[in-house]
Design a protein around this ligand. Sequence first.
Ligand SMILES: NC(=O)c1ccc[n+]([C@@H]2O[C@H](COP(=O)([O-])OP(=O)(O)OC[C@H]3O[C@@H](n4cnc5c(N)ncnc54)[C@H](O)[C@@H]3O)[C@@H](O)[C@H]2O)c1
Length: 342
Amino acid sequence: VTRSLRVGIAGLGRLGMRHAENLMQRIPEVELLAACSPVGTERAAAGALGVPRLHADYGGLLSDPYIDAVFLVTPTSLHADQIVAALEAGKHVFCEKPLALNLADCLRVEAAAAKRPDLVVMIGFVRRFDPSYRDAAARIAAGAIGRPYFVRSQTTDKNDPSGFFVKFAATSGGIFLDCTIHDIDLARWLLGAPTPVRAWASGTIALHEGLRQYGDVDNAVATVEFAGGQLATFFASRTLAHGQDTHTEVFGTAGSLAVGLGARLNRVDLCDERGQRHECTPDFFSRFYEAFQAEAQAFARAVLDRQPSPLPLADATEATRVAIAVTHAFRERRIVEVEGAR
Ligand SMILES: NC(=O)c1ccc[n+]([C@@H]2O[C@H](COP(=O)([O-])OP(=O)(O)OC[C@H]3O[C@@H](n4cnc5c(N)ncnc54)[C@H](O)[C@@H]3O)[C@@H](O)[C@H]2O)c1
């Protein structure tokens, strides 16, 4: 008998429906049996996908006896409370990044998880499941570039003229907690989890004036120093003209490597009277399509095989700690000491 994990998903927005389609169609370890959204049209979309049990409120999903695990793809401001409630209801939890918007909430989730060591909790740092990032990490671990001392990493989206990000900014925690947190997690991973000590950041609004009311920006840079002397610099943008051009470079004492330089949709190069060019990946989902599947599969396998979470919760807390320090540096226009890092 093949065992499978019975999942309910909460949040069916921009990313939630993508996760729902994956869980329904591409993850053999999972049965997607329930979905939850306060929005009727979103529940109808999940129903049309074939999800049998639809809940209007999260409490209903948590008391659904058919569900062993929840997938949270809800606004970031809800993550901590929803994870704690799921653990108290005895459900395994996959939750989208970031874990929370403040450290007290991160630690509250860690405490709730510590009380239920029988349950898997995983925060979705999807890039750790991307085949190219995994290859880079394995090469660095094998010494291919010597001792890594500098990461330069960017998360840069194609401009979305619909204004989605202006509405989204109310609950996202701002560009550093929403976007740069991916690069922060990568830097910690690829540099061997050094202790962050100081952060500096700045930002600008290139296009979306509506962000100003939230104290947010659409382009931002940050630099973080680590205790061992390692450095990381980050760039986040929501306004690129050509597509989703996320990439990372790592410099070491015996070489360097890069992941994702020259972002491309596929291997077609077109040559014509205007020159030679290729198309760029249009959005994060097309760039990290395989990684989203591998991530869901890793979560399901950990639960089914009674293994620990593939991504320790403490890593999500530490990435949040750095993103918060960077956000303070940006808002207060000063260099911020990173306190309490593990
Ligand atoms: N890993 C990545 O690369 C990546 C990319 C995009 C978004 N995300 C994360 O995914 C999360 C969702 O982002 P999004 O872009 O899909 O946002 P979104 O605003 O499009 O979707 C949020 C969804 O949550 C639902 N919702 C709101 N309150 C709810 C509640 N109480 N119970 C259940 N559902 C509720 C909304 O109806 C909507 O379906 C965020 O935390 C974001 O950081 C991660």
